[in-house]
Design a protein around this ligand. Sequence first.
Ligand code: CA
Ligand code: CA
Ligand code: CA
Ligand code: CA
Length: 465
Amino acid sequence: MRLLKLVGVLSLVVILSTGCYKNDNSSENPINLFDELPIYNQEKKDISDKAKRIAGSANLILPYNSIEVGKINEVDLNNDGKNEVVFFEKRENINNEVGFTVLESKDDESKDALYTESGDKIKYANFYDLDNDGNKEIILVVEEKNETTLTICRYENGEIKELVSKNNYDYFNQDKFLKLGIVVDDIDNDDSLELIIYNYNYAKKEMNLNLCELKDDKINIIDTLKFDDVKNFDDINISVGKIGKKDKGLFLSLPTSKNSKFNTEVVYLENNKLIDAFKDHKDILNDYYIAFEDVNNDGITNIPIIDIESINKDSLSTSTMPKSLIISWNKYNGKEGKDADLLFVNKIYYNYELNFKFLIPNNLVGKISINENTDQNTSSSYKIFNFYYNESSTPYLDKKNRQQLFSLNLAEKGVVDDSKTINNKGDIILESDKYVYSISDINEKLFNKLGLSIDILKDYFSIIK
Ligand SMILES: [Ca+2]
Ligand SMILES: [Ca+2]
Ligand SMILES: [Ca+2]
Ligand SMILES: [Ca+2]
């Protein structure tokens, strides 16, 4: 039987706790690892020392989107072929101030320019040429108490000019939209960047997703989509992904207020309009936020749906994430209106506690349940998971009709086992830094019937990170 098909090599990391502003321009992002540079890189150390000297009593700070920018960055803002040094800082006072300094070296001289505004945190910072004039604008999203605001600056002739600031900021905070987030990307692949600015109104529980451009030093809102029933701002996650081989889209995870779940939306751009792909589709809900990712490495971003019955939570832990669960991964079918739907891609069991995942073979999808065996003499350094096969449509709930398929044994490396019998029991299929994973107690008859073998299973198990 050739039912088994390896869907793809799994090598992606699930980012569970934080949303990040990933985009395809990340390769152009400035190098910003000053704090982690080895000390023998004298040139970088000199820059770092100089930045600290200029900052004086201000502290150098890391913006919250630290995946993209650092405390100290080297970036060519004014397109003269030479990098400027830009560092972010905070001055603590009765009224806190945050901002940045641009440091430019010319010949033997160097000059610096400072920009600050009142605020407590830099929630987002980046450098992008938003208006295609060759110079990179400096984008800041600053939080002050319960309000976030957007600032866009330009560095020109040694000076920092405010294009969009708190003072002329009527675009997004009208009608008490007090929180704001930003995604910058060329979403429609026309070689100019879009600014996607989402803002949030606590009283109305409403989020606006705004497609914007910077033109003639002003922000224009080109199109807006409204999403209601959004529970809070902090749990909103928006990332850029692929809805087709070439076409990009925005993948939204929005916390809902009526059922405390996370609703998935996909938005793409067509003729400068934001299109809500699943407008006519029933809500795609999850109990937890799971980051969107391309799980089968075909270039198309996949949409997670958690199998509710598979959720295994640690009742002693205060963590909101389960210890393990099964996720169905899907993709958008690319159709519009009522024809818009999800296409199933695969199902993966994740064990976050023990850092492994299991891509469920196609012929086992919907027929497998995985339970930790706590009856035998397991310990923190030795664990057994039973994999059951079940023809039922609710394999976790229907325990009567399940058959043992095999067991997965996890033995912690370097831990001496007194009984000397359980370590590396069965066939080793996977190793991580911490554990050796092996398979035993195979139901040979069922195993053969389902076309499984140890070698096949080796391809389906992998380490999460
Ligand atoms: Ca420059
Ligand atoms: Ca520009
Ligand atoms: Ca574009
Ligand atoms: Ca994919």
